[in-house]
Every structure is written in C-alpha cells, then in structure tokens.
Design a protein around this ligand. Structure first.
Ligand SMILES: Nc1ncnc2c1ncn2[C@@H]1O[C@H](COP(=O)(O)OP(=O)(O)O)[C@@H](O)[C@H]1O
Ligand SMILES: [Mg+2]
Length: 252
C-alpha cells in the first residue's frame, strides 16, 4: 500500500432514501488517510450510518463519489471488501452458532490463512476464550460486540469501519476495546472510521473528528482544534450545542 494512498475519499456525497422528503446526507466531503482514526459524530439521524453504508458499498449514493483505496466500493466490490471490514451495533451475527463456529465460518468466507492461530490470537485479546462454546444468541450485548469486532479483524483489514462500537460496552470494557484497537492500529497502521456518542471516547481516541448535522458537515479537525474554534469547554457541551442549534460557533 502506498503511504500517501487515501483509505477513504468522499466527494459531494449525497443520499436521499426512496420515499423520503429530505436528504440523509448532503454534499459531504471528507478523507481518511492511512493510519488515521476518524470519528464521525452527530445527533441521532445526522447521517452517520448512511455515510458508513455508502463507504461499504451497501448503499448507492444519489450523487457524489466514494472511493476506498482509490476504488469504487460498488463497482469494484471484491477488491475493496478484501481490504476492509465492518462492525455495527445494529448488525448481529447468526445467533444459533457457537462463538468459535462463527469465527471459523467468517474466516473461511474471508479466505484467512492460518485460521486457528488467527482466531486463537483474537479470542485471547478480546477476552472471549471462556465463551468459545457458547451460542452467539446467548451472549450479552457487550460480549456480542466484542465478538463482532473480532470477526471484523479476522481478515486483517487495512480499514475498519465501526458503527457505535462501544455503545453496549461497560466503561471498563469500552476502555479495553479502545486500547486494543489502538494497539492493533499502531502495529499495522490501519485506518479506522467510527461513529460514537461518547464524547470522552472521541477526545482520546480520534486523530480527527467530523461533525454531521442534518446530513451536512458542520465541523472537522482534531478534537482539540474543533473545541477551541467552537469555544466549548468540552465535546459534551459542543455536542449539545450542535443538537440544539445546528451550529458550533454561536455563543453558548
Ligand atoms: N432506510 C431508510 N429509509 C428512509 N429513511 C432513512 C432510512 N435510513 C435512515 N433514514 C433517515 O436518514 C437520516 C439519517 O439516518 P442515519 O444515517 O441512520 O443517521 P445516524 O446514523 O446519524 O443516526 C434520518 O433522518 C433517518 O430517518
Ligand atoms: Mg446510526
């Protein structure tokens, strides 16, 4: 991979769902560079999941261009999917499988080499060893999320897309998962694009944040810079200001 290659390039991205009056995402521009952790923030309905789904090639944009490693996730699906992976709080793994079976099946689908070794390593890192013989459907939401992140790392992705990865985790587990993701990110220089409502998480975890409101980008930059520009004391305050007024710059 070329060091200057962009993991994600989004230009003028616009999406309107069928039978929907307004735009879910409108004229959005952003990039994610190699090795960068970018947080996508915004109130409920801001367009975060829609944006992630267009990057994954699950949705065709109404207008605009999405490139992942320089390729179209819609037209060059196989080349793109081989280099990325995804975990979401809303997408569940098959409930009737055992944890171990689930990881074997996905590693088979992904064509992972040294499968047993890879699965053992991830299961240990994500504290899933004691749950290997448990059914996916019987996991707590936090355990299920850890399994989803494990599954998303099976193919050693260069880009990881995470939709609210720590929402269902207790504060300790959320901290563990962030530390593990940071560790993996620095070992292999992977890029991470994730959504979150946890402002403290975003401050410590992200190199850069993008704030969406009604499908439009209203702020972008390193968390400390965005805070300074908005004259907010912290990201919680900034978040509330955005949700209430749709602007980060008006006096609070
Ligand atoms: N399948 C859909 N059909 C119609 N409208 C949708 C659909 N999915 C999302 N929307 C609408 O698009 C907007 C953005 O949603 P979403 O991307 O899920 O926001 P977020 O992830 O930031 O909460 C919302 O107004 C939502 O109601
Ligand atoms: Mg969402």
């Amino acid at each position: 991979m070329n060091a200057n290659e962009l993991a994600i390039e989004v230009r003028g991205l616009t999406h309107r769902y069928e039978r929907s009056a307004g735009f879910a995402v409108e004229a959005l521009d952003f990039e994610v560079r190699r090795g960068e952790i970018v947080g996508l923030l915004g109130p409920n309905g801001a367009g975060k999941t829609t944006t992630l789904h267009t990057v994954l090639g699950l949705l065709a944009p109404t207008a605009g261009v999405v490139r992942v490693f320089g390729r179209s996730p819609l037209l060059e699906r196989m080349q793109v999917l081989g280099r990325i992976n995804f975990a979401s709080v809303d997408v569940h793994l098959p409930s009737n499988l055992l944890v171990e079976e689930c990881l074997y099946i996905f590693s088979n689908l992904y064509g992972v080499s040294y499968r047993s070794e890879r699965i053992r390593n991830l299961v240990e890192r994500f504290d899933l060893k004691a749950l290997r013989r448990q059914r996916v459907g019987s996991l707590s939401s936090g355990e299920h999320m850890r399994l989803k992140i494990c599954k998303a790392l099976l193919n050693s992705p260069e880009l990881l897309i995470l939709d609210e990865p720590t929402l269902s985790l207790d504060p300790y587990m959320a901290h563990r998962v962030r530390s593990l993701l940071k560790e993996i990110q620095s070992e292999r220089q992977i890029s991470i694009l994730h959504t979150s409502h946890n402002m403290r998480e975003v401050e410590s975890f992200c190199d850069r944040i993008l704030f969406l409101h009604h499908g439009r980008k209203i702020a972008e930059g390193p968390p400390s810079e965005v805070l300074a520009r908005s004259k907010s004391r912290n990201l919680d305050e900034l978040f509330i200001r955005v949700a209430v007024s749709g602007d980060i710059f008006d006096a609070g």
